[in-house]
Design a binder for this molecule. Structure first.
Ligand code: HEC
Length: 115
């Protein structure tokens, strides 16, 4: 038990120390444990019929549209309302946007980087 605690603490420190993008790291955790089973760790879909975020599929939609799908569910995807808070889902969305090609090739409008 103590060992687990130490690991968790160490990990938390690592995550918090790793950079200023706390929300992205937090979103990564949530995404990998809740969404990656279908959408893949790197956004390459594992389940047939699931969009490949790594290819930018669906990422042309607005955050509001995507949040609506995530919260209410979309066909095979279950609704996430009540399972995670809206803030956590927003973090997942922020993270999954980073998996798309646009996040890498078109970073000019990525204005919210502090430091
Ligand atoms: C059980 C598998 C599964 C899981 C788990 C899952 N998804 Fe999905 N997701 C899908 C499928 C399938 C679609 C495509 C639905 C369709 O359009 O037919 C989808 C679509 C989406 C879309 C595109 C929505 C749109 O409007 O086009 C987003 C964004 C998304 N998922 C985010 C998430 C997030 C965030 C999580 C974790 C909180 C998650 N998904 C977990 C299966 C899953």
């Amino acid at each position: 038990m103590i060992r687990i605690k130490v690991l968790v603490c160490g990990f938390t420190l690592l995550v918090m120390g790793a950079g200023s993008a706390y929300a992205d790291d937090f979103g990564k955790e949530l995404y990998e444990s809740n969404c990656a089973a279908c959408h893949g760790d790197d956004g390459t879909a594992l389940l047939p019929g699931t969009p490949h975020f790594s290819r930018g599929e669906r990422l042309e939609k607005t955050d509001a549209e995507l949040m609506e799908s995530i919260v209410s569910g979309l066909k095979i995807m279950p609704p996430w309302a009540g399972i995670m808070s809206e803030k956590e889902l927003e973090d997942c969305l922020a993270y999954l946007r980073l998996l798309g090609p646009a996040a890498n090739s078109n970073s000019s409008d990525n204005g919210d980087d502090e430091d």
